[in-house]
Design a protein around this ligand. Structure first.
Ligand code: NAD
Length: 494
């Protein structure tokens, strides 16, 4: 297999290698897999499957680069992050096209959300590099001067999911590098292409070889990497089940772990809510990226007095949604990422019907011109109850289960009755209701009268089974540094 750095793609036929120590190479045992276009099921590119020896090499390259990289003066590290952001923007059209082909998301989303968000992340953390400060503390003994240092953790394994491959890589890579760590990135096997393209830009920006390495492959590669004795920290975004496995495996040598996991975001619509705004927020919050969003609004508690109007309007909006390939400008909703995932989403929809929910619209795979792709009709259920599987499990697809409530007092306990706690949304015109619910809901982010919209400056992460630790904002610096206290004896004659 001869490999390309993915700078000029021709599909199918491109072969993508591993990025280790600053250069491209095939897997040591020749292993490879194929990534497909979810809009038509056709092969896109052949990609190397890293062997255990390749993972060893990537970790060794990161370990070797760590000392020199951590020693680069802060302004120099900041300039490289800034340059990488510029290169992402320069190649934004191509990166967006790659993301659309590999993941299925509409090109406009890939260009304006994914690519723009990734570049912004590198700029935001470029600003932090020169502001990672320690502090002094007034100790009990005035003869001892104490100060803290924020030091990088070391070699970080960054493992990402398929739903926003480039953006989530940036969420991890930007703060990890800003704090002086070196990394081995492992993108999801369904969507490796933009991460590989990003590695090419890392090299062009001038990062020293070994500071960023990329290994591709499936769960086994993630497992090898996350348990590797040379890895000091794992930052993982993905399913709660795999997060649990990574956390367990970290216990033997106390490897640092940050986990961004699943969610089951409640959206609460109060009696006084602006229903048209809530409907628009529901459609955006639930169907953005075909519902394949960790914070997707995915259970809707609507005051019984407004429920019929809400369901009618949401169903009309869902039916009017234009499905199609992401590269088609008219497309509002792309395919699901894979045949396997479509089967999982459809299984949840079938369970909803069997358990007695009313299927208002959708509930099936799209046919006709779209039958080769993994397209699923936006689906609305009414008459849903708290115990149904569709109101408890993360579906990660375009499914809107609507529940009702009578008494505002009952709604927070019902919203909190979930193993997840990533996000929540409240729609009300009453400022007191908004603040009261925001305080009472057990979730890492509460959005009032708006769709879920993460921002580099705001912390992101979950309560309960939605994760451990926070990404973004100043909180990400905690995730990628160790704090050291230094005690200096000032006593005369010491
Ligand atoms: P997944 O857990 O199956 O895979 C995620 C990544 O982990 C992939 O790179 C995969 O190859 C790797 N992996 C799989 N098994 C592994 C193992 N045993 N050890 C180490 N690595 C392993 O998740 P997915 O299906 O790709 O993504 C969907 C999930 O991600 C959803 O649950 C979603 O909620 C979650 N997610 C969370 C956030 C957040 O910010 N909280 C953001 C996006 C997605």
């Amino acid at each position: 297999m001869s490999v390309s750095p993915l700078s000029s793609l021709t599909f199918p036929g491109t072969a993508a290698g591993l990025f280790v120590g600053g250069s491209w190479r095939p897997a040591s045992d020749g292993g490879e897999f194929t990534t497909v276009d979810p809009a038509n099921g056709r092969p896109l590119a052949r990609v190397a499957t890293a062997s255990a020896a390749d993972v060893d090499d990537a970790v060794a390259a990161a370990a070797e680069a760590f000392g020199p990289w951590a020693g680069v003066a802060a302004p120099g590290r900041a300039r490289l992050l800034w340059r990488l952001a510029d290169l992402i923007e320069r190649d934004g059209d191509e990166l967006a096209r790659l993301e659309t082909l590999d993941n299925g998301q509409p090109y406009g989303v890939a260009r304006q959300v994914t690519v723009a968000g990734a570049a912004e992340h590198f700029r935001y953390f470029a600003g932090w590099v020169t502001k990672i400060e320690g502090s002094t503390a007034p100790l009990g003994n005035p003869e001892v001067f104490h100060y803290t240092r924020r030091e990088p953790v070391g070699v970080c394994a960054l493992i990402t999911p398929w739903n926003f491959p480039l953006m989530i890589a940036a969420w991890k890579l930007a703060p990890a590098l800003a704090c002086g760590n070196t990394v081995v990135l492992k993108p999801a096997e369904q969507t490796p292409l933009t991460t590989l393209r990003l590695a090419g830009l890392v090299r062009e920006a001038g990062f020293p070889g070994g500071v960023v390495n990329v290994v591709t492959g499936g769960p086994e590669v993630g497992r090898l990497l996350s348990r590797h004795p040379g890895v000091d920290k794992v930052s993982f975004t993905g399913s709660t089940e795999v997060g649990r496995e990574i956390l367990r495996a970290s216990a033997d040598d106390f490897r640092r772990v940050t986990l961004e996991l699943g969610g089951k975001t409640p959206m609460i619509v109060a009696r006084d809510a602006d229903i048209d705004a809530a409907v628009a927020g529901c459609v955006q919050g639930a169907l953005f990226n075909s519902g394949q969003v960790c914070a997707a609004y995915s259970r809707f508690y609507v005051d019984r007095a407004r429920a019929a109007e809400f369901v009618d309007k949401v169903a009309a909006a869902a039916e009017g949604m234009r499905l199609g390939p992401g590269m088609d400008e008219a497309t509002q909703m792309g395919p699901l990422v894979s045949e396997e995932h479509l089967g999982r989403v459809d299984g949840y929809v079938r369970a909803g019907v069997e358990q007695g929910a009313t299927l208002v619209t959708g509930g099936g795979r799209a046919g006709g011109a779209l039958e080769e792709g993994y397209f699923y009709h936006p689906t609305v259920f009414s008459g849903v109850t708290d115990d149904m599987t569709i109101s408890r499990d993360e579906i990660f697809g375009p499914v809107i289960p609507v529940l009702t409530y009578d008494d505002p007092e009952e709604i927070v306990p019902r919203a909190n009755d979930s193993r997840y706690g990533l996000a929540a949304s409240v729609w009300t015109r009453d400022v007191a209701t908004a603040h009261r619910m925001a305080a009472a809901i057990r979730a890492g982010a509460v959005f009032v009268n708006m769709p879920h919209t993460p921002d580099p400056a705001a912390p992101w992460g979950g309560f309960k089974a939605s994760g451990l630790g926070r990404e973004m904002g100043r909180y990400a610096l905690d995730a990628y540094t160790e704090t050291k206290g230094v005690f200096i004896n000032l006593a005369e004659g010491a």
